[in-house]
Design a protein around this ligand. Structure first.
Ligand code: AMP
Length: 209
């Protein structure tokens, strides 16, 4: 199953992807996670990406397309994948289509997790991540409930940056909803509900059980 997850930053794409990965053993290809790993490791890609990420802007298309194209060549992605955070622009969507058609592995669905922007602002500004294992918690978690590591707020989860990310989403990424509707791949899920209810809908819409 080849799936693209669409939705504004903070809509819960990462959470739903993690559940799909756990249940169906599909590789989770998150461009945000890949970029954060590159920043942490101080690679040339990370150095280039950091200023865009901290400002809530998009990393240039050529950089991110190269990263995903390479990742799709890995053996595990041949069995299916969940793309989370990519594509984010029309150029990226067209590049993905052409790479997948070259590989003979077309998309099965583009799943839109739909959440009101003000709900997202509240969610993201209270989000905290574990420095050690990447666990995603809230401001109520003094330390990571999974591994005891220190929790921190992502630079791009601060309110002014969150609002900028939502503007960027509206301008650059939301048009992809129509793009995938036109390809007859769009499935819309109401993401403003309990995680388990959203996941039940995700499974139903993908004909998974
Ligand atoms: P995310 O964790 O998906 O919200 O991504 C965090 C940040 O990484 C974004 O705000 C962008 O700066 C960058 N990023 C992630 N995916 C992409 C992409 N497909 N295109 C451009 N920039 C991206």
């Amino acid at each position: 199953m080849n799936i693209v997850l669409l939705g504004a930053p903070g809509a819960g794409k990462g959470t739903q992807a993690a559940k799909l990965v756990e249940k169906y053993q599909l590789p989770h290809i998150s461009t945000g996670d890949m970029l954060r790993a590159a920043v942490k490791a101080g690679t040339p890609l990370g150095v280039k990406a950091k200023s865009f990420m901290d400002a809530g802007e998009l990393v240039p298309d050529d950089v991110i397309i190269g990263l995903v194209t390479e990742r799709l060549q890995d053996a595990d992605a041949a069995q299916g994948f969940i793309l989370d955070g990519f594509p984010r622009t029309s150029i990226q969507a067209v590049a993905l289509d052409s790479e997948l058609s070259r590989l003979g592995r077309p998309l099965d669905a583009a799943l839109l997790i739909d959440v009101d922007f003000e709900v997202i602002v509240a969610r993201l500004t209270s989000r905290r991540m574990c420095e050690v294992c990447g666990y995603i918690g809230t401001a109520a978690d003094a330390v990571c409930p999974k591994c005891g590591g220190a929790m921190y707020q992502r630079e791009d989860d601060k309110e002014s940056v969150v609002r900028n990310r939502l503007n960027v989403y509206e301008t650059s990424t939301a048009p992809l909803i129509d793009y995938y509707r036109g390809c007859d791949l769009l499935v819309t899920i109401d993401g403003d509900r309990d995680v388990a209810l959203v996941f039940a809908d995700v499974q139903k819409s993908l004909n998974l059980s």
